[in-house]
Write a protein that binds this ligand. Structure first.
Ligand code: NI
Length: 136
């Protein structure tokens, strides 16, 4: 039996969407208010899901305590109350859109999850805007 288990987490972070190889006008046209040179913040809601077989001994797909600690160490401590563009190396040359943040989170967590289990990241940038990445 395969089950998908999910853990919710949260972080606040600032970002700016822009390309340094574009003019301010072009950045403004494409990214609008998100191109504010003084950055702006979001309350990101994160859902980390692991899908796989239930372990017959423990009854778990993954120990939620382990997942909770993994998210705290790998994601919350790295992103919470940070300026993503300035303070998180992964976004030095990568626009910190919700899409790209989800991919970065997936890449950080994937090595810590059993190979035979699927990992899915859902990231809410606002209560109405969210993205999902599952490694494809
Ligand atoms: Ni934004």
């Amino acid at each position: 039996m395969k089950v998908k288990v999910s853990r919710k987490a949260h972080f606040n972070a600032a970002h700016r969407l822009y390309r340094s190889d574009w003019s301010f006008e072009k950045n403004d046209q494409v990214f609008g208010k998100c191109n504010n040179p003084n950055f702006h913040g979001h309350n990101y809601e994160l859902i980390v899901s692991v899908y796989g077989e239930i372990d017959q001994e423990t009854g778990f797909v993954i120990d939620m305590k382990v997942l909770k600690d993994l998210i705290a160490v790998e994601i919350e401590s790295a992103f919470d109350h940070k300026n993503l563009n300035v303070e998180v190396a992964a976004f030095k040359n990568l626009n910190p859109t919700a899409e790209n943040i989800a991919v970065v989170i997936w890449n950080k967590l994937r090595p810590h999850i059993d190979d035979e289990k699927k990992l899915e990241i859902t990231l809410y940038e606002t209560p109405r805007n969210f993205v999902t990445y599952s490694g494809e």
